[in-house]
Write a protein that binds this ligand. Structure first.
Ligand SMILES: Cc1ncc(COP(=O)(O)O)c(C=O)c1O
Length: 382
């Protein structure tokens, strides 16, 4: 099976981890600082705070903004559930605003239509690796006094109008899960140019305590105070060593992802039964995912059958995502329902994610393309 995504780990990565395992600091040590500095520099942000996963990073962002009970945060429905759950963690209400039909990214016009006196922030999700329209979203946020969070878990290495992802919103969130651009096993990062927000996230990842163990050791002090409710969202030093080693390979991996996407684009360009998502101008798509829309009017059978045929052919296709507002939890607790976001809902029925990761060989790419062409021709309406 050619998986839809997978990590690339080499001997240099393994050695970097082993070195830390032999050192004095396994967690909250110098490698955390080093990884944060390298990451901040890479994305052009003043501050980066590393945490144990992307969900913790989203939670930290929502905490840092002071979102609390009853506050509303605008979120697109085509995303992983964590993009909305982070609002619920702090007692807030995620309000789903529909997506652009061509890119499936949060539509700034739809977002504006959901703003109420209780709205505090917008979470933009760079779905598949394509940066959202940050110029329009920043203007909207500014006009209404809202914070803008970028869920950039898909778009590390991307750019919007010449500016790197990671410096486009007030707080920018990343995940280092193995299918993402770089991995630390589990891991996440928040970047910001706001020192106060960064300080709040640092405290939040360490139980709401103002200093960490290493700082107290350096000061020769045992005293600490917990000033707010936080969590243990820390990341280990050996994970950060892996992150640092992986970061060096990011540019090459993004280029390879883009190359694979070009192969797919070319292979499917003349087919009416399948349509890749549109890509906007003046941006660099980081291609975490390659998502196509099936033209079900031209095909017999449902997406499920085409999915099963491709899986049977050894192609690890997937579906990203079930619109978040349709999950039972949201229907039960927030009274969301089908019809709330019609563009996302109708797109969802047709979505299919094809394998895309830097380790794919030319043979793998050919196999995916041939299997898709075979499946489409066998499901073509007569
Ligand atoms: C868009 C998006 N947001 C948030 C997350 C959560 O990241 P993690 O799995 O590291 O908690 C993911 C990861 O799957 C994601 O794809």
């Amino acid at each position: 099976m050619i998986p839809y995504g997978r990590q690339s780990i080499d001997e240099e990565d393994i050695q970097a981890v082993v070195e830390v395992l032999r050192s004095d600091w396994l967690t909250t040590g110098p490698k955390v600082d080093e990884f944060e500095r390298a990451f901040a520099d890479l994305v052009g942000a003043k501050e980066a705070v590393a945490v144990c996963n992307g969900t913790a990073a989203l939670h930290g962002a929502i905490y840092a903004l002071g979102i609390q009970s009853g506050d509303e945060v605008i979120v697109p429905p085509i995303t992983f559930v964590a993009s909305a759950n982070c609002v619920v963690f702090q007692g807030g209400v995620p309000v789903f605003a529909d997506v652009d039909p061509d890119t499936l990214l949060l539509d700034p016009v739809q977002a504006e239509s959901k703003i109420t006196p209780r709205t505090k922030a917008i979470i933009a999700v760079d779905y598949t690796g394509q940066p959202c329209d940050y110029e329009k979203l920043q203007a909207l946020a500014h006009q209404h006094g809202l914070a803008l969070v970028a869920d950039a878990c898909h778009s590390l290495g991307g750019e919007y109008k010449g500016r790197p992802v990671g410096s486009l919103a007030d707080l920018n969130v990343f995940s280092f899960h193995p299918v993402k651009h770089i991995t630390t096993g589990e891991g996440g990062m928040i970047t910001t140019n706001d020192y106060t927000l960064a300080r709040r996230v640092r405290m939040f990842r360490n139980h709401g305590i103002t200093t960490d163990h290493r700082q107290r050791e350096e000061l020769g002090s045992w005293f600490y105070e917990m000033v707010d409710l936080g969590y243990n969202y820390r990341i280990t030093d050996f994970q950060c060593a892996l992150g640092l080693s992986q970061l060096k390979k990011l540019p090459g991996w993004v280029t390879r992802r883009q190359e694979i996407a070009r192969h797919y684009d070319k292979a499917f360009a003349s087919l009416a039964e399948i349509e890749p998502l549109d890509v906007g101008k003046n941006l660099t798509h980081a291609y975490h995912l390659y998502v196509v829309r099936l033209n079900l009017e031209k095909l017999q059978g449902e997406r499920t059958e085409i999915f099963a045929a491709l899986r049977a052919a050894g192609i690890g296709v997937n579906v990203h995502y079930i619109p978040v507002h349709l999950h039972p939890f949201y229907r039960q607790h927030f009274a969301t329902k089908p019809g709330d976001c019609p563009i996302a809902e109708s797109a969802y029925e047709r979505l299919l994610t094809l394998p895309l990761h830097p380790k794919m060989s030319s043979q793998d790419i050919e196999s995916v393309i041939n299997a898709v062409l075979d499946a489409l021709s066998s499901f073509l309406k007569g």
